[in-house]
Ligand binder design. Structure first.
Ligand code: PBG
Length: 331
């Protein structure tokens, strides 16, 4: 008789036993796939810094969305790349801008797929900041009505969810008021309540052409040193009317996701951002890590930290893998 009392290995012996002991699961309807929509250029243009991701024309975005829906992906999150920019970012609320066009095309083609529209000005301003500038600084209160206008434009086009990512104070309340006034009380707000001034947004900014021309976003995005502040931000957004909240980026913020999960009762999404995705691809290209396993492990880690939902550029591939393993089990 050996002296070993605890034998954790008993439930690791076979795939079947490991499945019984599994604490955290992921299904395709918990995944939200970001899509970039552009009215310029070809129907599909690959994004070099985000392998496997493209800028789509509105119609092709709808075709991509239909494929994601077939795979069971929970929602798409739309980002617009406008054909022109100005100081106010007025392209953000143009009825015929890339995002409203894509929303209408998706609505026609896959009416059951939830459509989320990111609300921010940085893709649409010529200076690249997320709000309007006054004496070189982003003016919070002057930005609020512009964000609200963009949110109403996306709701009018048929979005189910608007997702403000600008980090202005008070925007959730302002957007809620504007939506309700415009007759869109059914449209939900999923706010990026906790968004850090992160080094991991680089490939997104390449893809969307939204790198600030001067300065950085530290005056409005959060300091990565802080977690109590994240709880304050999340609670404030819920109080203002957020129906769910996003924590961003993902992997550097596992403790933040846990803290927010425990502080609010609404759904919490983690955004595995462009730099995280690009980093895994880059290391895998060099043969340093196994992309498939790293993708699965990073996703399950975000779920285990407390995220109910994942916004991830891996959504499509992960949903494909889940469909393959379901088919295998049926055999
Ligand atoms: C817009 C916005 C950004 C991202 C989502 N919404 C860029 C930024 O804040 O610079 C980043 C997403 C990603 O990196 O995948 N404000």
């Amino acid at each position: 008789m050996s002296g070993v009392r605890f034998r954790g290995r008993r439930l690791r012996r076979t795939p079947g036993l490991r499945a019984l002991a599994r604490e955290t699961r992921l299904s395709p309807d918990q995944l939200i796939a970001p899509l970039f929509v552009s009215q310029l250029g070809p129907d599909r243009q690959n994004i070099p810094t985000l392998p496997g991701q493209s800028r789509w024309s509105p119609d092709h975005a709808a075709a991509a969305a239909a494929e994601l829906f077939e795979l069971g992906v929970g929602a798409v999150l739309l980002f617009g790349i406008p054909s022109w920019k100005d100081a106010e970012g007025s392209g953000a609320w143009m009825e015929n801008g890339p995002v409203p066009q894509a929303i209408r095309a998706i609505r026609r083609r896959v009416p059951q797929l939830p459509v989320w529209a990111d609300v921010c000005l940085c893709e649409y301003t010529d200076h690249g900041h997320c709000g309007v500038l006054r004496s070189g600084e982003v003016d919070n209160d002057a930005t609020l009505p512009l964000l609200a206008r963009a949110a109403v434009a996306y709701a009018s086009a048929g979005a189910d969810v608007v997702a403000p990512s600008d980090m202005m104070d008070g925007r959730v309340a302002e957007i809620r008021r504007a939506l309700d006034q415009a007759g869109h009380s059914r449209v939900a707000i999923v706010s990026y309540a906790v968004k850090y001034a992160s080094a991991f947004y680089g490939p997104f900014r390449d893809a969307a052409g939204s790198t600030p021309k001067s300065g950085d976003r530290c005056g409005y995005q959060m300091d990565p040193s802080n977690v109590r502040e994240a709880v304050r931000e999340a609670r404030a957004d819920v109080e203002e009317g957020a129906d769910a909240v996003i924590v961003k980026p993902g992997m550097p913020c596992l403790d933040v996701i846990r803290a927010v999960r425990e502080a609010v009762t609404v759904p919490v999404a983690a955004y595995q951002v462009s730099g995280e995705y690009a980093m895994l691809h880059a290391a895998a290209e060099r043969g340093w890590i196994d992309l498939e396993r790293a993708m699965q492990e990073s996703a399950i880690g975000l779920r285990r930290a407390g995220a109910d939902l994942l916004v991830t550029y891996f959504a499509r591939v992960m949903a494909e893998r889940m469909a393959e393993s379901t088919r295998e089990m049926a055999r």
